[in-house]
Ligand binder design. Structure first.
Ligand code: ATP
Length: 254
């Protein structure tokens, strides 16, 4: 069953150097995302990935087209959609001086929900930081905390905008493990990424955007067979990422 259905979704923005004219940041894209998928959106800088996510999340107005999440029209009923989705933003800024536990309690209250903040912190492996302030967390810990914030309303769909950008290989693998765990529990995950390994190993299907349009959509394997069928020359050893992990890795959940 499709949990996200998008038909001819379009967004125009004014041209930076000619404000009276507009360009298509997202150009009539249509897609269906099945319940339980990890769905990746790839594309060069400025391709329209974040704008697409923001329209689905109800954070940016839709100029034309239709987006349904769990059968609910995003434009007509944004409040009902927000109850069903979790959103992790590219950069999170939290109130200074408030602990992780207090912030999770506050976010839950915004959704009119009661959560067990420590149980949520357990899910993202941050219980030992319960009384820390967000500014006291490392980059990877902040990313995991922003996912905990996105989970306060027990969403059916989780949107992640470049979740592993800037993370070291170990933190990146930790986050992939967390995403897989959430997905194994039945959550649909939609993410954008510039990390090709992330797209290939984590995502069930990938959409590739360029200049606002959807240029391809399929499983990673099918896309490779269709667009890059030549086998690479056989690698004779691992790469620097493997060296980094061998020397600094302490197990995925550390
Ligand atoms: P990146 O990989 O760099 O994050 P992206 O694919 O997410 O890029 P978007 O952020 O969706 O790209 O931007 C798509 C286009 O829309 C870009 O040309 C961008 O400059 C433009 N754009 C985005 N937000 C606005 C805005 N609020 N006003 C005007 N133009 C915007």
């Amino acid at each position: 069953m499709a949990i996200i259905e998008v038909d001819s979704l379009t967004k125009r923005y004014p041209l930076p150097n000619k404000k009276s004219e507009a360009f298509l940041a997202v150009n009539a894209i249509s897609l269906r995302i099945e319940e339980g998928e990890i769905y990746g959106i790839l594309g060069p800088n400025g391709a329209g990935k974040t704008t697409t996510l923001e329209m689905l999340e109800g954070l940016t107005d839709i100029d034309s087209g239709i987006a349904l999440i769990d059968g609910i029209d995003v434009q007509e009923n944004p409040y009902a959609v927000k109850q069903r989705i979790g959103v992790q933003l590219q950069a999170n800024e939290y109130f200074d001086g408030v602990s992780l536990v207090e912030l999770l309690t506050l976010f839950a209250a915004l959704y009119d929900r009661h959560v067990d903040p420590l149980a949520l912190l357990d899910r993202v492996n941050l219980r030992d930081k319960a009384n820390a302030k967000p500014t006291q967390l490392s980059g990877g810990q902040q990313q995991r905390f922003s996912i905990a914030c996105a989970l306060v309303n027990d969403p059916k769909v989780l949107f992640l905008d470049e979740p592993t950008t800037g993370l070291d290989p170990q933190a990146k693998h930790n986050l992939w493990a967390l995403i897989r765990e959430l997905n194994n529990g039945g959550m649909t995950i939609v993410l954008t990424t510039h990390n090709m390994e992330e797209a290939e190993t984590l995502c069930n299907r990938i959409a590739i955007m360029d200049h606002g349009s959807l240029v391809a959509e399929d499983t990673p394997q099918a896309l490779i067979l269709k667009h890059a069928p030549e086998p690479p020359s056989a690698p004779i050893h691992g790469d620097i990422e493997d060296v980094f992990l061998a020397l600094t890795g302490h197990g995925l959940r550390d």
